[in-house]
Write a protein that binds this ligand. Structure first.
Ligand code: NAP
Length: 510
């Protein structure tokens, strides 16, 4: 498929622009053709107005037809599979098998939402019938349903170029709710964004839907995203990325004359605790799986378990040796882009001045290897961890800190010290349930997903999934960005009091 380098505005290609940017191949460190237009305020305004104009038409079509639209997007993505995965591999350096898996996840989540739209459970209907004879005051008929909030801005994520970008989970859940979507493409993978965007464009056309329900605006500068969030006709924002980015957009949204919700997923250090019985009985297996987890996707997952807490014990040396042996097997791999590698180097270099370096990324801790990196592992004690704030910050990439605790009480204190997290994990044996329960009782207040004897990377897309957590993991811990409940972010409750049957929405009629 030939890339145009243009935006998709209300499902149509934009005119060429005089300002542009290019993607870089992180493996070859070379610019990739073609040049992509930089978005401007006029294009933002046009896209949002088209979305707002077509909102009424889109929200009123039967949910099952919206489901057909989601299925059509999945079909169009699969029809473009070869160019999509090829371009994505060039722009991200992510290996083809990973991208094939990610595309399967992307089409699967579209189909999950399509399935939900065949039923009526997403309306979460409540009906309180009238009691005209009630004394002293008669009770009116009151019926509750949920309606879409309006046009939504989705920010493409660098680390999930398919599953959390143009046609990813945020877009799928907003469309499922009945909201038009304007995507701000991530500047690291504009070609991937254009191909996925053209799949949505085709689906809009084939399903005969109003064109304004989808736009993709590309850009490498903050102002496009800022203009989108400030636009008065935008009603919600979905974001996955850095804490700085998510917080900046949240602040902009909160200071609008009409504040709007920003569902920002900003990452986490995902603490993992190993109790002594588990270390004794399963240390070598945990070491192997832990290294797999922190190096998966070159460590660029928001669920990367970057902090590991263990008790000081004679078994610890053997465990550390097993981890180091596993780390030695890891080959250099490219990070998504040079900016992310520079952030990674800065964080690792700060850590190298304080905790003990257990394993070093060596030569790959320099920019002369382009985007390539090797993992790094550090060790510190609980007292230092509790005293040094920077040790609890996310390191986005293949790095982790092992925190040695002198007692279970100190381990509990480290858990209590943590900020909000997406996940928290405990490895324990059945005879350690008492301690494990106490630890989870602290961790319940910290994280959105708790894991027992498992690893947090790999987030299942299903109805019971919660991918969220207290700040700073997200800007609102009550919502998930993965799984079928993700569409609830873009629905709002509305109740109808004393309505006659003909005037009630279809789903609320007797
Ligand atoms: P990012 O810098 O947060 O950018 C993500 C998107 O948000 C981009 O489209 C960017 O647009 C936009 N954006 C960021 N700040 C903005 C602002 N102030 N105003 C308007 N738009 C803004 O994330 P990234 O590029 O993916 O990676 C950078 C760092 O983010 C990584 O090193 C890592 O620390 C973190 N990260 C975390 C996760 C996670 O899941 N926790 C995922 C990815 C990245 P522009 O490019 O146009 O500025």
């Amino acid at each position: 498929m030939e890339l145009s380098g243009r935006h998709i505005l209300a499902s149509q290609k934009s005119l060429p622009s005089d300002r542009d940017f290019q993607a870089t191949n992180p493996v070859a460190n070379q610019l990739l053709e073609p040049k992509f237009s930089e978005g401007c305020s006029a294009e933002v305004d046009y896209a949002v107005n088209q979305a707002a104009n077509d909102f009424d038409l889109f929200r009123k079509i039967a949910p099952a037809k919206r489901g057909e639209f989601l299925e059509a997007i999945a079909t169009e993505l699969l029809a473009l599979k070869t160019p999509l995965i090829h371009r994505c591999n060039l722009e991200t350096g992510l290996p083809l098998p990973r991208l094939e898996g990610e595309l399967a996840r992307t089409t699967n989540q579209l189909k999950i939402f399509a399935e939900i739209l065949k039923g009526s459970s997403f309306y979460k209907i409540q009906i309180d019938r009238a009691l005209p004879e009630r004394n002293p005051v008669p009770k009116p008929d009151i019926r509750l349903t949920h309606i879409p909030v309006g046009p939504v801005v989705v920010f493409g994520a660098s680390n999930f170029p398919l599953a959390f970008s143009v046609a990813g989970g945020d877009t799928a859940s907003a469309f499922a709710a009945g909201c038009p979507v304007i995507v701000k493409g991530h500047p690291s993978h504009p070609g991937t964004s254009e191909i996925a965007g053209s799949a949505i464009q085709q689906a809009v056309e084939k399903c005969g839907l109003p064109k304004g329900i989808f736009s993709l605006i590309q850009g490498s500068e903050n102002h496009v995203g800022e203009d989108l969030v400030k636009h008065p006709k935008i009603k919600a924002v979905a974001f996955t990325g850095s804490q700085a980015g998510g917080r900046a957009l949240f602040n902009i949204a909160a200071s609008r004359p009409e504040p709007i919700p920003v569902f920002a997923e900003m990452g986490s250090v995902n603490p993992l605790f190993i109790l002594p019985g588990a270390l004794l009985n399963r240390g070598a297996v945990i070491a192997q799986k832990y290294v797999e987890s922190i190096t998966l996707g070159v460590g660029q997952f928001c669920t990367n378990p970057g902090l590991l807490f263990v008790l000081k014990s004679p078994d610890l040396d053997g465990f550390l040796t097993s981890i180091v042996e596993e780390l030695k097997q890891i080959k250099p791999a490219p990070m998504l882009n040079l900016r992310i590698k520079k952030n990674f180097l800065a964080r690792v270099s700060r850590l190298s001045t304080s905790p003990e370096v257990v394993f070093s990324g060596g030569d790959y801790l320099h920019e002369d290897h382009g985007c390539l990196v090797l993992p790094s592992l550090f060790k510190t004690d609980a007292a230092t961890f509790l005293a040094q704030e920077n040790l609890s910050e996310e390191v986005f990439g293949p790095a982790a800190i092992i925190v040695e605790c002198s007692s279970i009480d100190e381990m509990m204190a480290t858990a209590d010290h943590l900020e909000g997290q997406l996940t928290a994990t405990v490895h324990a044996e059945p005879n350690e349930e008492n301690t494990c329960g106490k630890l989870f009782s602290i961790l319940e207040k910290k994280a959105g997903r708790l894991l027992l004897n498992d690893f947090p990377t790999g987030v299942e897309v299903c109805s019971a999934m919660n991918h969220g957590g207290p700040y700073p993991a997200t800007t609102d811990s009550r919502w998930t960005s993965v799984g079928s409940a993700a569409m609830n972010r873009f629905l709002r409750p509305i109740c109808y009091q004393n309505f006659t049957q003909p005037l009630l929405p279809e789903e609320l009629k007797d």
